[in-house]
Design a protein around this ligand. Sequence first.
Ligand SMILES: C[S@@+](CC[C@H](N)C(=O)[O-])C[C@H]1O[C@@H](n2cnc3c(N)ncnc32)[C@H](O)[C@@H]1O
Length: 285
Amino acid sequence: MSAVVDSAAPETAQTNQHYDLDPRIFGLFLDPRRKYSSGYYREPGLTLAQAQTAKLHFVADRLGLRAGDRLLDVGCGWGALILFMAQEYSARVVGISPAGNQHAYIAGRAAELGVADRVSTVQGHFEHAALPDGPFDAVTMLGSIVHMPDLGHVMRRARSLLRRGGRYYVSESCFRNAAARDEFDRRSGTEFVRQSIFGWGDMRPLSDLVRAAEDAGFSVISVDDLTDDYRQTIDDWIVNVDANAESIDRIAPGMAATLRRYLEVANAGWGYTTKHYALVCQRSR
Ligand SMILES: C[S@@+](CC[C@H](N)C(=O)[O-])C[C@H]1O[C@@H](n2cnc3c(N)ncnc32)[C@H](O)[C@@H]1O
């Protein structure tokens, strides 16, 4: 396990303010892997932990991941995906995120799981960080592209890092369409999540992501609607926030109520103003 710091990046990016919170807070409402994105609830009665594991298998399936493949996870969070792909699929993985706290956590988990030899991370912004040489067999972005202003640059860079035939997986929350963005982008709930929680974020309609992928030269392979899965995921997170509110507030006073408001705002719009999609593309030439 190695961690490289991108010295060109600002020490603490605006988009980091949420992810730089004390990592113990995330351990108090996420699943044990600390996966901070939608689960996959396609069998009745799944727990949050089971749904997150099912989601990781879903991603591997969409990527056609095989043992020894090289995978780059952009916005790797607490390493749920890279650690899982290294452990379960024997993939050689690189994670990148600007949030300093996440890298030490991932290094510790990689050592505990015995996969440190095939897991590395880069601290920085995907847009301009120095990355290990390609080509990669797969590039993934789960819940991170919303924090990147220049879609065209991001998708061109993702494509340039892939081998021919390599796959690019993005799952992201989207406005239901351009009209919903025009109507709701500046509403108070959206501004609260954008500024008070994350510092910066730009949710788009799926059509913007598809257009940017096409313009970057990708072939679009599949689109899955994961809206109900994310609603269930957030419901499960809210149950955990409520159950652990005192412990969360002991670490950061008032944080349980802030988190609850964020999660409630996020869950209020599904199907009406917002959707959650998994988009899979291929570098076919
Ligand atoms: C919602 S979290 C998702 C984490 C992880 N993908 C998961 O599913 O658990 C978004 C992640 O994107 C990272 N991020 C934000 N801006 C980024 C950028 N410009 N380049 C790379 N990662 C970024 C954050 O630090 C955070 O780790």
